[in-house]
Design a protein around this ligand. Structure first.
Ligand code: BG6
Length: 487
């Protein structure tokens, strides 16, 4: 069991804190993983917000926990952990001494986590004040949210500023995809099953698709999203992290340093896409109104309330990893908003058998396909060829081994990435957080793509409720491949 800790949530009244962080801590409490004596200290800017905070948190948990999770008895007990504090995070003359007094009282050797649920532009100043006010102890850690920066240069600036006050070991950069249990299962599948790992390279695999499709649109985040777009919002972090886990070599141990070293090697081996490569290997799109699961939804520009914007809400990329293991294997990365279905999955398409002993009359041999679905329901499917048993003639047909992982945990299992990551930060376990070098390397790959888009073209349009622009299908067709669209 974890030792008691204090977690200060800067931006405690914000959307992330109310929607994700408090529910995560509540779940930790319900599971018995919130040690007695711990405190959760959300900051708010005004006195009256502080008075109302407990009720705000109460309502947030009622709305954002799923049915059956919330109950008044647990809420009463959980609310005892909440200590809202008034602090203006960029104003050194504000209430900081009060926060320090609260933290120092009853401090002992408790670990202290500062969760910056704030715009990245103020990370630096907030860390500086923490240091000036002597709030940073040896057992302190700082948690920062993605996206770190807007480009390589701004990310370096932010990381550099934080590094003036916290050592790299104290900085926990979140990519919530790494906290998903199913994403960790990717490593478990690869590194504990000889069946997969021995067939996990260019000799056996034809192509790999990594796809995160969403049905949501702007979700009241227009200000942020229109500046970021799908490339910065999803590819720079979540998709590249998934790619790393799928493509990396086995870490020699499952510790932070070995895992991060192997992930970094993948990012370094990613073939750069520069100038015309960007046009030839990437399709960007923006949704227009369309029918999504039987409901007409507005287009991006209508949601944005602007006449024009060339921000992409969809990206499809053909990438290559230039190393021995993956030479010649295309990795297709895709993500988009307002797509046909919410789904995140990894599709591994194997090469055909080297010599076909069957003639065409028995049916074509389809290459094996492994589909690892991360969400919404977790499953693993392996498609194999098999003889039709109801036929005296030799006839082949594809059959699918289907493991519905979600079925195994019907009794109250709630995969909550933030819970896992917040508890890991409190326990000083950085394995599922991102190192500064990874952030730098990921931006190094993304920056030339943004540069090309700034000088050339605009996104292709796709209907809300579709699987993206036609160009994305054409991209794969050039290699004789097709997207595997979750059925
Ligand atoms: C966030 C992005 O990081 O991830 C959002 O900023 C996106 O735009 C979200 O909707 C998707 O996360 P999940 O866990 O719902 O797949």
């Amino acid at each position: 069991m974890l030792n008691p800790f204090d977690i200060v949530i800067f931006g405690g009244g914000g959307d992330l804190a109310l929607r994700k962080l408090l529910p995560a801590m509540y779940r930790a409490y319900q599971e018995g993983n919130l040690p007695k004596g711990s405190r959760i200290l959300p900051t708010v800017r005004e006195e009256n917000k502080q008075k109302e905070y407990i009720e705000t948190a109460h309502q947030a948990l009622q709305s954002f926990l799923s049915a059956g999770e919330f109950n008044e008895k647990d809420w009463q007990a959980f609310s005892e952990f909440l200590v809202p504090v008034v602090v203006n995070v960029t104003d050194i003359d504000d209430n900081w001494d009060k926060l320090k007094a609260i933290l120092d009282k009853d401090a002992s050797d408790k670990s202290r986590v500062f969760y910056l649920s704030l715009p990245p532009a103020v990370y630096g100043r907030c860390c500086e004040i923490l240091s000036l006010k002597a709030l940073i102890t040896d057992t302190s850690r700082v948690v920062v949210e993605k996206p770190i920066g807007y480009c390589g240069e701004s990310a370096e600036e932010i990381n550099g500023k934080i590094a003036q006050f916290f050592s790299e070991e104290q900085i926990f950069r979140i990519d919530h995809y790494l906290g998903k249990e199913t994403v960790q299962n990717l490593m478990a599948l690869r590194f504990s099953n000889a069946l997969f790992e021995n067939l996990w390279d260019a000799k056996s695999i034809d192509n790999i698709q990594i796809s995160i499709s969403e049905t949501v649109g702007l979700e009241a985040r227009a200000g942020f999203y229109d500046k970021a777009g799908a490339l910065r919002d999803m590819v720079q972090n979540h998709l590249l992290q998934l790619l790393c886990l799928v493509a990396m070599e086995s870490p020699h141990k499952l510790n932070a340093s070995s895992i991060r070293t192997e992930k970094l090697k993948v990012l370094e081996a990613l073939r750069p896409l520069v100038d015309a490569d960007v046009d030839n290997n990437i399709v960007r799109g923006q949704y227009v109104p369309g029918d999504l699961q039987g409901k007409l939804v507005p287009g991006y520009l209508e949601e944005l309330g602007e006449g024009s914007s060339i921000t992409e809400t969809f990206v499809a990329i053909r990438a290559h990893i230039d190393n021995w293991r993956w030479s010649g294997v295309p990795f297709y990365l895709r993500t988009g908003k307002r797509m046909n279905k919410r789904c995140a999955e990894i599709v591994v398409e194997y090469k055909p058998v080297s010599h076909n002993v069957y003639d065409d009359s028995v049916g074509p041999i389809q290459p094996n396909r492994l589909v690892i679905r991360l969400q919404p329901e977790e499953s693993i499917q392996l498609t194999l060829m098999s003889k039709r048993l109801d036929n005296l003639e030799m006839q082949l047909e594809p059959v699918t081994l289907n493991i519905e992982l979600s079925e195994q945990y019907k009794n109250g299992f709630h995969s909550d990435a933030y819970k896992r990551l917040m508890l890991d930060a409190a326990a000083n376990n950085p394995a599922l957080f991102i190192h500064r070098h990874e952030v730098r390397q990921a931006w190094q790959w993304i920056d030339p793509i943004v540069a090309r888009w700034q000088e050339k073209g605009a996104p292709a349009l796709y209907r809300a409720g579709s699987w993206g622009p036609e160009g994305a299908d054409e991209l794969l067709a050039e290699n004789g491949h097709v997207w595997f669209n979750a059925g």
